[in-house]
Design a protein around this ligand. Sequence first.
Ligand SMILES: [Zn+2]
Length: 264
Amino acid sequence: MHKLLILLLLVGFNLAAMELRGEMTQGSMIVGKTVADTSVWLDGDALKVSPQGDFVFGFSREAKLTHQLEWAQPGQTKQHKTLTLTKREYKIERIKGLPPKMVTPDPDVLERIRAEGRRIAKARRIDDDRIDFTQPFIWPAKGRISGFYGSQRILNGKPKTPHYGVDVAAKTGSPVVAPADGVVTFWQPDMYYSGGTMLIDHGHGISSAFLHLSAAHVKVGQTVKQGELVAEVGQTGRATGPHLDWRINWFNVRLDPALLVPAQ
Ligand SMILES: [Zn+2]
């Protein structure tokens, strides 16, 4: 009897040592906290855990709705928890009768677009030890929300890549601040689609991207604090009006920034 009671207490202790923060839905970033020296797996893949027990993971736009989280202290059996996500509805817009030129880019710019994509993908593979992702994020810009994560346009019957950012409409020159601490890992003023583009790494594969910027106020390699001025809103690249397109990635998994901040 006494032995059984101790076992139950131990189980209770181990379960209590796993906290998850974030909305259990598609496109969400989940921040975890456990105790030091705990290993954690999501769907069988090991996650990076900080010496203090911090870790993070995210779910894509079309993520399946059931996932397995497992964790274990050295020499102990694995605990596990089933994570059940809610399914999201995304805005789908069908536009017909467009000239073909507007649907498919010219071959001569395709190579440039691919090369730029590879450079961005490389910056998003950085797996830094920093744990800035544990901070509650703030909006990087103020303004009306003019575009949503996950929305998709179907042009002449051809589905385009979904929109993965949240768009904040603001005048050119409006301040863009760091939504959390981090380090600047990428800046290019003139990308084909996204114009002035900056990436800030928040650790463990979590990064912010800012698109269509008109100016940068920080340099690659520079450490920034939450709320610090990093750039200015613009209309560079393929943008129909001045706005900030803010994106969040967990490595190559695209997450919804709007789930990290209070409603604006
Ligand atoms: Zn956008």
